[in-house]
Design a protein around this ligand. Structure first.
Ligand code: FES
Length: 80
């Protein structure tokens, strides 16, 4: 298989209102539960990123997987 990862899951961030807690951000782009991991990365060499949210509020998670400030959007999707 010569597929390259990460895949672009979407060209816009997922803006979510989250409660404090531990979340797992999908870094490979294959999850069907974007922006979070659903285990689909097992066919890649990638792993999810653990995210500790300390304060409730809106967060913009990267879904294009090209961000340099993972797991959050840095606007990289605008260049795709
Ligand atoms: S499904 Fe993408 S990192 Fe787990």
């Amino acid at each position: 298989m010569s597929e390259t990862f990460p895949k672009v899951a979407a060209k816009s961030p997922a803006v979510l209102d989250l409660e404090p807690g531990t979340y797992w951000w999908c870094s490979c782009g294959l999850s069907s539960k974007q922006p979070f991991c659903d285990g689909a990365h097992k066919v890649t060499s990638m792993t999810p990123m653990k995210v500790e949210i300390l304060e409730a509020g809106k967060k913009a998670f990267c879904q294009c997987k090209q961000t340099k400030t993972a797991p959050f959007c840095d606007g990289a999707h605008c260049d795709l």
